[in-house]
Design a protein around this ligand. Sequence first.
Ligand code: PLP
Length: 286
Amino acid sequence: SQVYLNGAFMAPQDARISPMDRGFLFADGIYEVIPAYNGVLFRFDEHLDRLERSLREVQIINPHSRAQWQALCEDLIARNNGGNISVYLQISRGMAEKRDHAFPDPPVVPTVFMMTSPIAVPAADSPDTARGYGAITRDDIRWARCDIKSVSLLPNSLLRQQAVAAGAAEAILLRDGFVTEGSASNVFIVQSGTIITPPRSHAILGGITRDLVVELCHQHGLPLEERELTETELRQADEIWITSSTKEVVPITTLNGHPVGQGQPGPVWKALAHHYVRHKRRLCGL
Ligand code: PLP
């Protein structure tokens, strides 16, 4: 396999970064994960919009034009034999001369790293036979700008590890009695046939998959509300779903060990999963 680092493609074991890189010292960087199906980038413009926004919010200069990013992604996908893979793309503020919290002045060249990973077959690909997954709830211990896709993921990592230790797939996070999102996903519930997801805000990452699910609901006339969601509503939900680019739309069938609704992937999830798969296949020529 091949990765990309600062202008060159190479084997992963040949990629080297200085420990003086601010990505290493301060987690001073941002990232994206863009899925490709059949070698075709999925919702590339939406991912690049978010990348550009993250860079702007942390004042890292975007080192490439959108056309250059696309060429780099496509080149890396081809070098890794295409298929269903995700492109991980990280930009840090670059290498500092000394460890100083303030940015280097004048700015240094940002560090760009890209790699690919295979995408496992998602649950939504076979809605009628899919199994459900477990989730736990935890306090959202993260910072106040979760809308920035920062590589500073220690809280997310600690929370996901607690889920794994509990035999669950995800930790669903609560702030002041309201659901924010998962440790690496957005959250939807179904309540008496209505789909509900928290609104975009600084408290959550504006998920590309979340936005696509919202779009598909509107397109297919599934009732959807974007509004604050209480812990009680989560606990009493008929269905819970989590969304992310590589896992798509996943049914959560136990919450803190208790069954969600009937304890099986629900009918609204199945309907949405069928729409999702059709949309993906059409766009990527699968
Ligand atoms: N929320 C968090 C904290 C994430 O890390 C992710 C992605 O991994 C998501 C939500 C889902 O975003 P997307 O659908 O763009 O992958």
